[in-house]
Structure formats: structure tokens, C-alpha cells
Design a protein around this ligand. Structure first.
Ligand SMILES: [Zn+2]
Ligand SMILES: [Zn+2]
Ligand SMILES: [Zn+2]
Length: 489
């Protein structure tokens, strides 16, 4: 006996059952309640419904069942005379077919159970039912046509990724609605249509679904590609302000197409967040920013005041001039900034250098030495920039060198060293002779003993907080005197 059962189970497991689709019958007319069940086993002692095994099935659901599966449907009628309609159904290629039926004054009894056992297929223990669709228990809207579906009027489709509620058959929809309920892009001109500002037209998309798309009543000459801006904003394309009502939103604010006016200063602009611990910024002031340019924002160009790239991801720091400020709904303050000019940046650069100098153990009282070797009598010079000169641009004061002849050759052609003392907090211009001298330098000197025989290299320099003599640009040199003069005193 045991071996037979095991063999039967093994056969049932390996054989692929032939599956059929069937609709679980709804309750009959007048039934007060009832139940439907897939029968998988009827124990030997079974005497009534509670002793049966198998999954409950939902009336009206479409299920997938193995061929010859046995389904029991019981309807309980409470009205006089109270009775039970009991139907045994068997799955065949067409669906569920009635196998036998009883009408009783009492629930399922021992005699019916015995009859059901005879109807049970040998492999019934392995039968399962998979729900494909079932009536909706809760009201919802049709995923396909958007119609409201009260409980029981729609079908919930069980898909591998979840359940989807749709109409049993979606009603035909009018080709056009007098008003667009939802905003969106115009099907004709692609411009934005505000909700209820146009009509809606039924359009078939590439997946075969149809949906309503807005259309302008009259397409504007210059349509906006996104919803209009209701508040002042900063354009993502040109990073200048966009007044409310003139631009549109598409993953951020933009000027209306073709109306961007890039700022004439050509200086890079960024939108950055003000650090939380800093006191409020004011427009027109200069601050050091730390910023990672977002997609579409410029990376830091070279040669800007206080500019430095800090990391490969574009993380940078630079002195920036605040153009505009805005507080987000989350309470963060955003700043529209551009790189500061040297003139704007000089006071802050001076203050930063001063802080760095004061942090040194010597308090920034150290001196740096600029040493320039003479080449065949051509000598260098160092001048301190003392301010602006109306005729020469920058006012200079030439400094006197200390000269060292210790390593000089007999003629003084090489090894003569001139040295100057440079201080931090000041700006200098330096001239250096660059060798080698002209091949005919003796001839040149014979005709004019004071003529140059080498090239000259000029540079503006200043002393860094690290004690190095660093070359700076002419713009920076021009900016420093205005900041440095008050700061040196
Ligand atoms: Zn529908
Ligand atoms: Zn349009
Ligand atoms: Zn713009």
C-alpha cells in the first residue's frame, strides 16, 4: 500500500500536468453565502465540509487548474425552506463542468463526501490553483481607461510584478474632451498646456495604449516647453535671474527658448549653498565658496582669485561675488555667484593671507630673499609696487640690493649675486637677465659699454604665508595695492 502511494506521488511529481483556465462560479441567485474550494484530499474519517483539504477559491475569479481537478461549490440559501445547493465541478479543456449536484436541507454530509472521494483524481494531492484574475474587493480606477470601478465591477489581474485593476471591457472613449484635466505638452506644437487651458485629444502611443494628450485651443507662436515659472528663479542655462511668469520649468528653471542673455563679463557662475554655520550673506559681497559644479555648470578655470581645484570630481574653492540669494522651502539659502574679479577679491585675499601669516610661529615677521645672478654685467632689479600711477599704471620703488662677489670670476662675468629682502603683505616687480648672452656680446659692449647682452624676464611676485616667492598675474598685482596699502599700515 505504502509503496503504491509513493510510486503514484513520484509519477504525479514528474509528469507535467495539463493546465486549463476556468472561471470559479459566482454565487447562485438567492444564495445568502457559500464557498468554493479546490479539493486535494478527503481523509478517510471525513464526515463533512470541515474535514476536506484544498485551497479556497474566490467566486468570479479566473484560475488556472490541472486538468481533472475537482472543485466544490456550496451555496447556502437561508430563505424558506433553508437549503444548501452543492455542486461538484471537474476541470476539463473547456473550463469547469458539472460532475454532480445535490440540493439538501442540511450541509454536506457523509454520503456526499463518499461520492466526492470517488470523483477525486489519483494525483489530486498535487493540484494547485493559480489565480489569474479576480473581481476587485475595493473600489479603484481602471489602469487602462481611468474609469472609477466600485468593488466587484473591475478585474484585478495577478501579474508576476503585482496586481493591476482594469475594466472587464473598457468603454469606448470620446476622441476629444472639451477641457484638458491634466497639464502637459501639446500634441500639436509640443508647447506646455496648463491644466484646463486647452482641450484633450485621444492619442494611441507606441505600446498600443491610448491616452488623452492636451492640445492648445490656439497654439501660441512661441510656446514654452514646460510649465511657466510662478516665482523668480535662476536660469539653469545662463545662470542669470528669470522673472516670474517669463520662463518655464524643465528639471529646473529656464528662460523662454531663445531669450537667454549670457552675462557680458564672461566670468563663470555657479549656484551654491551657503554653509549653515555662516552668518547671512549679502548680495554684492565677496565670500570664499566650496562647490562641486553640477552637470551643466562650469568647472573652475585657471587664474581666478583664490581659485583652487580640490578634487577630481571638480570640487573647487574660489572667491565669489554674490549676485542674488534665495531661501528654499527646506530653509537652505542658495546663492547665485560669479567668480570675483581681482579688485573685488583683493581685500579678502589680503585678510586670508593675514590670517595665515598670524598663524605662523613668527607671526609673519619673516623675510624672503630674491637672489639674481648677473650675466656679463647685465643685472636684475626688484621694485616694490607702492600704488597706482596715472602714467605708468603702477607706481614702483626700486630697492637697493646687497651684492656678493665671493664666487665671482676674475672678470665679473659670472658668479656675481645681487640679493633683495622681500616682505610678506607686499607686491614686487622683478626683472631677471636670462642667459645665455648674445654670441657677439663683446662687439656690442665695445660700441656701447652699457648695452644689454641678455634677454630680460619680468614678473610680479609676492611672498606667500609659506615663505615662498610666488609669481602672480598682472591683474592680481594691480589689485593688491588698493587692498594692501590700508592693510600694510
Ligand atoms: Zn477601463
Ligand atoms: Zn500647441
Ligand atoms: Zn537663461
Amino acid at each position: 500500500m505504502t509503496s503504491t502511494t509513493t510510486a503514484a506521488q513520484a509519477t504525479a511529481k514528474t509528469a507535467t500536468p495539463f493546465l486549463v483556465r476556468a472561471v470559479v462560479p459566482a454565487y447562485g441567485p438567492g444564495a445568502a453565502d457559500g464557498w468554493r474550494r479546490l479539493l486535494t484530499a478527503i481523509p478517510a474519517h471525513a464526515a463533512g465540509a470541515r474535514d476536506l483539504d484544498g485551497a479556497w477559491l474566490e467566486p468570479g475569479a479566473t484560475v488556472q487548474l490541472p486538468l481533472s481537478a475537482l472543485v466544490l461549490a456550496v451555496d447556502h440559501h437561508r430563505d424558506h425552506p433553508e437549503h444548501w445547493e452543492i455542486t461538484a465541478l471537474r476541470a476539463d479543456a473547456e473550463g469547469l463542468a458539472e460532475a454532480t449536484r445535490w440540493t439538501r436541507r442540511s450541509p454536506l454530509g457523509r454520503r456526499e463526501v463518499t461520492r466526492l472521494r470517488a470523483l477525486l483524481a489519483p494525483d489530486a494531492a498535487h493540484h494547485t490553483a493559480r489565480t489569474l484574475t479576480a473581481p476587485n474587493r475595493h473600489s479603484g480606477t481602471c489602469r487602462r481607461c481611468g474609469r472609477d470601478l466600485p468593488a466587484g465591477t473591475g478585474l484585478v489581474h495577478h501579474t508576476p510584478t503585482g496586481t493591476v485593476l482594469i475594466c472587464p471591457t473598457c468603454p469606448a472613449r470620446p476622441a476629444q474632451l472639451p477641457v484638458n484635466i491634466r497639464p502637459g505638452r501639446c500634441a500639436v506644437c509640443s508647447g506646455w498646456v496648463i491644466a484646463k487651458d486647452g482641450i484633450a485629444v485621444l492619442i494611441n502611443d507606441s505600446t498600443g495604449n491610448s491616452r488623452y494628450q492636451p492640445v492648445h485651443r490656439t497654439c501660441p507662436e512661441h510656446p514654452l516647453p514646460g510649465p511657466p515659472l510662478t516665482a523668480d528663479a535662476w536660469c539653469l542655462d545662463c545662470r542669470t535671474p528669470v522673472p516670474a511668469g517669463t520662463g518655464y520649468w524643465h528639471r529646473g528653471p529656464h528662460h523662454a527658448p531663445g531669450t537667454c542673455t549670457p552675462p557680458p563679463d564672461g566670468l563663470p557662475r555657479w549656484i551654491t549653498t551657503i554653509p549653515r554655520n555662516e552668518p547671512a550673506w549679502q548680495t554684492g559681497t565677496v565670500h570664499r565658496i566650496h562647490h562641486v559644479p553640477r552637470p551643466g555648470e562650469p568647472l573652475l578655470p585657471e587664474g581666478l582669485p583664490g581659485g583652487r581645484i580640490l578634487a577630481d570630481n571638480g570640487h573647487m574653492t574660489v572667491l565669489a561675488h554674490v549676485l542674488d540669494l534665495r531661501t528654499t522651502q527646506r530653509g537652505r539659502t542658495l546663492a547665485l555667484v560669479r567668480a570675483a574679479t581681482w579688485t573685488e577679491a583683493a581685500p579678502l585675499l589680503a585678510a586670508e593671507l593675514d590670517t595665515a601669516l598670524k598663524a605662523r610661529p613668527d607671526g609673519g615677521t619673516f623675510l624672503a630673499r630674491e637672489v639674481i645672478e648677473r650675466i656679463h654685467g647685465d643685472r636684475g632689479w626688484v621694485a616694490e609696487i607702492t600704488g597706482h600711477d596715472p602714467r605708468h599704471g603702477l607706481a614702483r620703488q626700486f630697492l637697493r640690493p646687497q651684492t656678493d662677489y665671493d664666487n665671482a670670476d676674475a672678470h665679473g662675468h659670472t658668479g656675481v649675486l645681487d640679493a633683495w629682502t622681500l616682505r610678506p603683505r607686499r607686491v614686487y616687480e622683478v626683472s631677471r637677465p636670462v642667459g645665455p648672452p648674445a654670441k657677439n656680446w663683446r662687439e656690442i659692449r665695445r660700441t656701447n659699454p652699457r648695452a644689454r647682452v641678455t634677454e630680460e624676464q619680468r614678473a610680479f611676485v609676492r611672498v606667500t604665508a609659506d615663505g615662498d616667492i610666488a609669481e602672480i598675474t598682472r591683474e592680481e598685482a594691480q589689485a593688491w595695492p588698493s587692498a594692501a596699502l590700508e592693510w600694510m599700515s
